[in-house]
Ligand binder design. Structure first.
Ligand code: SF4
Length: 182
C-alpha cells in the first residue's frame, strides 16, 4: 500500500473519495480544474525544471497487525536542497489548508528520510503571494495519526458511505456517487 499526499488530502475531504481513488476508480481526468493546475505550474516557472531536480521519496512504515506493507510516497516538484526548502505552486485563487497539509507531508517525509529541511513555501501565482509552511511537533503527531486512520480506511473491503450531497457538488466523483439517486 502506498500512501501519498493526494490520499492525505482526500482523507480530509471525504473517506469515500480517498477509498475510490486508491482502488483505481479515477474520475479526475475529466476535471478541467486538475488540468489547469498542472498547466499553471509549468507556465509560471518554465525554467525551474532545468535548475532543480524533481524529487521522489519513499518511506516504508512498520507493518501493523494484520496489515501488508505500507509505504509513504511523494513526488516533490521543486526541492531546494541547499537551503532545505520545499516549493509548491498552486493555481488556486484562494489559500487552502489542504495546500499547507500537503507541504507539511513533504517536509515530514524528507525529515524522516534523514534530509535536513528548513521549511516550505507555497506560491500562488494568481494571488501573487507566497505562504511559508513549517513542521512542528504537533503537526508530526497529527500526520502520523492521520496515516494510521488512512491505512484503516483503505483496508476496508467496503467503500465508505457518502457524505451529504451538499458537500459533493464540486467533487469529481459526483456522478459516480449520485447519478440516479437525486
Ligand atoms: S461525491 Fe461526495 S460522497 Fe462521493 S466521493 Fe465525492 S465527496 Fe465523497
Amino acid at each position: 500500500m502506498n500512501i501519498n499526499a493526494t490520499l492525505l488530502n482526500y482523507y480530509q475531504l471525504c473517506h469515500r473519495k480517498m477509498w475510490l481513488h486508491y482502488h483505481a476508480i479515477r474520475m479526475e481526468h475529466t476535471s478541467e480544474v486538475v488540468y489547469e493546475g498542472k498547466l499553471i505550474g509549468e507556465e509560471s516557472y518554465p525554467f525551474r525544471a532545468d535548475k532543480n531536480e524533481e524529487l521522489e521519496i519513499m518511506l516504508p512504515l512498520q507493518k501493523g497487525e494484520g496489515s501488508g506493507e505500507v509505504n509513504l510516497t511523494a513526488k516533490i516538484d521543486f526541492f531546494d536542497a541547499k537551503r532545505g526548502i520545499v516549493h509548491e505552486t498552486k493555481k488556486s485563487a484562494a489559500k487552502e489548508w489542504a495546500h499547507v497539509a500537503q507541504v507539511q507531508f513533504y517536509l515530514y517525509l524528507l525529515q524522516k528520510n534523514g534530509v535536513e529541511v528548513s521549511h516550505g513555501v507555497i506560491e500562488y501565482p494568481k494571488l501573487r503571494q507566497t505562504e511559508r509552511v513549517t513542521l512542528g511537533e504537533e503537526d508530526v503527531i497529527r500526520i502520523e495519526a492521520n496515516i494510521e486512520k488512512i491505512r484503516e480506511v483503505l483496508e476496508q473491503e467496503q467503500c465508505p458511505p457518502k457524505l451529504p450531497i451538499s458537500k459533493c457538488k464540486a467533487c469529481s466523483y459526483f456522478e459516480f456517487c449520485w447519478v440516479g439517486d437525486e
